[in-house]
Ligand binder design. Structure first.
Ligand code: G6P
Length: 369
């Protein structure tokens, strides 16, 4: 295969790109994070401009849309600005509350997605300011936005986005800290805590990648499934959405991602003997709530794989399988945790003989509607 040389010895671009994630995170943070806070020399959003902004819309598609959801959580928590996140294909055909006081943030790996580009044009027509978080320098989205924050992930070839997602999430946190700094909503201790946590992410991602054998073993034991459920709360819910998308894209296994508290309002009806439920439980604030949800699905026969921080590894007695991540700041867990879900999708797809890098019916970049 002529493409083999570019895969750098890996079986698939997706594995190569997952392996590159620690370096991609380093490149995303480089020069933007220092001891006093955040420095984003590449964008022109200053305190004066932010005074005139009263809401943020985050608009994107697919994986980038999930990064946008994490972004909403960060912006609201650290900059205390009202945020709405929407899929670009919905946003462009609505009549969003959009004016000079709106900051539109678009997220796009390729910088060429048609719906996302249309959202920018709509926003500019209404006088909004547009900031793009993208991976491709000089892309259409980069050119049309007022400000660009590059993810610096390097080229991504596999259709299933991995390192781009991780760096988009990193950018979301950096941006939230930046805006919190501009409007004075973030206190310096919080800034230090987050800065320190972010600097650890490349190492945490590296550790997650080193767990690939355990994920592979799990996948090869369970590849013959028809459905999989992901449940989580808070930040973990967004990680679930992304894990579920990865799984559908490359393994063709049907899956659902649910906010764990919503389970009882419907999907629990689908949990049966042996149904696999991946319970992402990295958020201390809702850990006990997750435990109750796990008990609910266990009572209906589910096979539960939990992902927890080290401090909660005792959950092993309640579930069937556990992946343990080191103890860390709850706000950065989406970064290492999603790596486990990427690996899970990858190995399930490989075990099922799927074409991981070129899944059927999907394109890397959707430049027409
Ligand atoms: C396509 C790709 C997805 C990607 C989405 C948005 O559907 O298959 O992996 O998340 O487009 O792409 P973008 O380049 O805008 O991030």
């Amino acid at each position: 295969d002529p493409g083999d040389a570019e895969k750098g010895g890996y079986d698939h671009f997706m594995m190569k790109e997952m392996t590159e994630q620690p370096k991609a995170m380093v490149d995303t943070l480089a020069g933007r994070l220092n001891t006093d806070g955040i420095r984003l020399d590449d964008i022109n959003l200053d305190a004066e401009t932010m005074k005139n902004i009263n809401r943020i819309h985050i608009v994107a598609c697919g994986t980038a849309y999930h990064a946008g959801m994490v972004g909403k959580f960060y912006f609201e928590k650290f900059a205390r600005i009202a945020v709405e996140t929407e899929a670009a294909s919905e946003y462009r055909y609505k009549d969003p509350i959009l004016d000079k006081k709106t900051l539109l943030i678009v997220v796009s790996q390729s910088g060429e997605t048609a719906d996302t580009l249309a959202a920018i044009r709509l926003a500019k027509e209404k006088g909004a300011r547009v900031l793009a978080v993208t991976n491709v320098v000089g892309s259409s989205i980069a050119r049309e936005a007022d400000d660009v924050l590059y993810t610096n992930a390097g080229p991504e070839i596999a259709v299933a986005s991995t390192k781009a997602y991780l760096t988009q999430v990193g950018c979301m946190l950096v941006l939230a800290m930046h805006l919190g700094q501009l409007n004075g909503e973030i206190i310096s201790e919080e800034m230090k805590r987050l800065g320190h946590a972010l600097l650890n992410t490349p190492e945490l991602v590296q550790k997650a990648m080193e767990s690939k054998e355990a994920v592979k073993t799990f996948a090869y034991q369970h590849f013959n499934i028809n459905d999989l459920f992901f449940i989580g709360r808070g930040l973990d819910f967004y990680t679930c959405l992304e894990g579920s998308l990865k799984l559908k894209e490359i393994s063709y296994i049907h899956s659902e991602a649910y906010a764990a508290g919503e389970l009882k309002h419907g999907p629990i009806a689908l949990i049966d003997d042996g149904t696999i439920v991946v319970a992402v439980c990295t958020q201390e604030k809702v850990f006990e709530k997750m435990l109750s949800n796990i008990k609910e699905v266990k009572a209906r026969g589910a096979f539960v794989l939990a992902i927890v921080q080290e401090a909660h590894k005792g959950i092993a007695s309640e579930v069937d399988e556990v992946f343990v991540i080191p103890n860390m700041d709850d706000d950065i867990t989406p970064i290492p945790t999603v790596v486990y879900l990427q690996l899970l999708a990858y190995y399930l797809a490989v075990a099922r003989g799927c074409d991981v890098d070129k899944p059927k019916n999907l394109a890397k970049s959707v430049t027409v509607e």
